[in-house]
Design a binder for this molecule. Structure first.
Ligand SMILES: [Zn+2]
Length: 223
């Protein structure tokens, strides 16, 4: 529904955090990129700042899980394009969700942050031109994200969906690219999907969605 422009929040941050301590998402009005790490929801904003989301703030979309990383490998360096192939050497995961955490020092990180939208909301693809792009060099931090199987495109973003937050919690966003120095890559296979649907939200309940072809195409373009 985010694709169709339903950016109104439907769950509070505190309720969301009952379901997990690790994750990604966005805030009401598509206001920035969320990074949930060690039980704290950080909001990277389009002005380049990062703040901690308050418990009563609303979110239209997020993915969270209770972290319990089962595997890890230390790498001398890693590029964003190689995350998939690097993980595939360690485990088979193509048909399930995987929580992915990469922490250490990064030579270069490029993020994008969506800008807060006002009602009437545009569609997700219409917001693509209103994103801010940020670059950082030689920065310590953590990549937080998920692998979503193609089968579940729509419930999540098919393939890798990664966000970044630096160690000082002052720089972050949706990852466009990175190249690391020494990092630890950790993973957790997820054996279920709990989907929270906002049945009390009249916009959600009454909305007639675009057809799935448009939704899938729009998710790929905006990511
Ligand atoms: Zn994202």
């Amino acid at each position: 529904m985010l694709v169709d422009g339903l950016f109104g929040g439907t769950i509070t941050a505190s309720k969301l955090l009952k379901h997990g301590d690790f994750g990604i998402g966005t805030a009401e009005g598509l206001n920035g990129e969320l990074i949930i790490l060690d039980g704290v929801a950080y909001q990277a904003l389009a002005d380049g700042t990062v703040k901690v989301l308050k418990g009563d703030e609303m979110l239209p979309f997020a993915n969270v899980n209770v972290s319990n990383f089962e595997g890890r490998v230390v790498l001398p360096g890693l590029k964003m394009d190689d995350v998939d192939a690097t993980l595939a050497k360690e485990l088979s995961y193509q048909n399930t969700f995987v929580a992915i955490k990469i922490s250490g020092t990064f030579k270069a990180v490029q993020t994008r942050v969506v800008k807060e939208q006002q009602r009437p909301y545009p569609t997700l693809s219409e917001t693509a031109s209103k994103q801010q792009v940020f670059d950082a060099k030689n920065i310590k931090g953590t990549v937080v994200g998920y692998y979503t199987p193609a089968l579940f495109q729509g419930a999540g973003v098919g393939g890798m969906h990664l966000h970044f937050i630096d160690a000082q919690h002052q720089f972050g966003g949706h990852l466009l690219d990175f190249e690391s120095d020494k990092v630890k890559l950790s993973w957790q296979l997820l054996d279920g999907l709990d989907l929270n649907l906002p049945i009390q939200d009249s916009e959600f309940i009454k909305h007639k969605p675009s057809d799935m072809g448009i939704i899938r195409q729009s998710i790929s373009e905006s990511e």
